[in-house]
Design a protein around this ligand. Structure first.
Ligand SMILES: [Zn+2]
Length: 96
């Protein structure tokens, strides 16, 4: 799939949704075309990633923006770190 910048909507990187397990690093994202350098530092946290076009974080800066990525197929949820599961306590029995 293609990662798009939430702020400038440019296509930035190619990635496999199966790799979206926190903590995300630049290594999850490859170049749009084989043979080009990766768009982000593979060893850096995705928090440090910057859109090559507008120089902002590809997910934007809204408080809940880190819960999803913009892709060519629309918003894609990112797996939640353990600490975030606490916020959405499941109180219903038998709920999925
Ligand atoms: Zn951008």
């Amino acid at each position: 799939m293609i990662l798009r910048c939430r702020l400038c909507h440019a296509a930035i990187a190619a990635f496999d949704p199966a790799d979206l397990t926190p903590p995300l690093t630049g290594a999850v994202f490859g170049p749009l075309e084989p043979g080009f350098p990766p768009p982000f530092d593979p060893e850096a946290s995705f928090d440090d990633a910057r859109c090559p076009f507008c120089r902002h974080h590809p997910q934007g800066y809204a408080p809940d923006s880190r819960d999803s990525l913009e892709s060519d197929r629309g918003p894609l949820p990112v797996g939640q770190p353990a600490i975030r599961r606490e916020a959405g306590k499941r109180t219903r029995k038998g709920g999925k």
